[in-house]
Ligand binder design. Structure first.
Ligand code: HEM
Length: 300
């Protein structure tokens, strides 16, 4: 796969920080979040689709982090936007969010998107959309989204298609999602803004135990399988298993979530976005943890 990130993502991580005003010593996006722990129990159908160990093992421990998107730790959890759920299930990392599609197809376009959406110039987003019409679907869905009641009551989507490889070696591409067993209705924006600004994180432990079903969404013949900006017409979903989150304690060591940490039996997405994310997350974590030296003009 071609990558246009010859610096391992460091430059793009710096550009994310510059575009959003985020501090390179913190998570640049999804800065506010809360941890949870539990276990994953596979559905018998999962092992028919993929030989991954997590689908053949009765119970796999899970570390999860729920998050609000916007970079700023002072932001309000009820602000418009999307929310994230990153999970480590054995050898599988899934870093998902609440929109079913993404705004852009690669890292450099994401920088242009962040510059436009953080600009004071009212012409910036319309100009970005003229240059990147593929962003219209996700932006439209984000604008229609309502504040959420709890991290545990909404669906999280992979947006990428993963290759599920069965015992005969044949691959089926699927978008994965975590779907809550108890979905919760949205809040109206006025009620949400009346809540404490960290209401989602503060409330997380009260919402446990919480259960999610992992589903594989299969494409129709006409769907653009490897374009994370396009909705699919395909309606078929296959249950892969159930996640039960019981504890909200922080892990002793944070998982280094990586979009390309995948077990045998699940192949990497063929879109550029997934590879670019992997490199940018590694660099962002490098700056955050001190592994990479922060260029002095970027230190805030
Ligand atoms: C090129 C596009 C993207 C860029 C540049 C980007 C950038 C980032 C960065 C810099 C972080 C902080 C990493 C860290 O410090 O550990 C982050 C976290 C996160 N991103 Fe993205 N992201 C992109 C696409 C996406 C997509 C498509 C999704 C969802 C499908 C997503 C969901 C998340 C989540 C859930 C987290 C928080 C992970 C955690 O809890 O540790 N991002 N992103």
């Amino acid at each position: 796969m071609n990558s246009n990130l010859d610096d391992g993502g460091a430059r793009l991580a710096e550009q994310v920080a510059a575009a959003t005003g985020a501090n390179l010593r913190q998570r640049l996006l999804h800065a506010r979040g809360g941890w949870a722990a539990g276990e994953f129990i596979p559905d018998p159908l999962a092992a028919q689709l993929s030989t991954a160990t997590v689908f053949a093992t009765p119970r796999t421990p899970v570390t999860a982090r729920f998050s609000s998107t916007l970079g700023d730790l002072d932001g309000h959890d009820g602000n418009p936007g999307d929310h994230g759920l990153a999970t480590r299930v054995g050898g599988l990392d899934l870093i998902m969010f609440t929109l079913p599609v993404f705004f852009v197809r690669n890292g450099p376009d994401m920088i242009a998107f962040l510059r436009a959406t953080n600009s004071d110039d009212p012409a910036a987003v319309p100009q970005f959309l003229r240059d990147h019409p593929e962003a219209a679907t996700a932006l439209g869905l984000a604008e229609q989204s309502s504040p959420i009641t709890s991290f545990t009551g909404v669906t999280y989507h992979s947006v990428h298609a993963f290759g599920l490889v069965d015992a005969t070696g044949s691959t089926r591409w699927a978008r994965l999602s975590w779907r809550p067993l108890r979905p919760l209705p949205a809040l109206d924006p006025v009620s949400a803004q009346a809540m404490p600004r960290d209401y989602l994180v503060a409330d997380l432990s009260n919402r446990l135990p919480a259960r999610f079903e992992l589903t594989a969404h299969l494409p129709d013949r006409t769907d653009e399988v490897h374009d994370p900006t396009q909705l699919w017409q395909g309606k078929e979903t296959v249950p892969l298993g159930t996640l039960t989150l019981t504890g909200s304690e922080s892990p002793s060591a944070e998982p280094d979530f990586d979009t390309l940490r995948l077990p045998e039996g699940i192949t990497a997405p063929q879109d550029q976005l997934s590879e670019d994310r992997s490199r940018i997350y590694d660099a962002a974590r490098g700056y955050r943890t001190g592994r990479l030296e922060i260029p002095s003009p970027a230190i805030r």
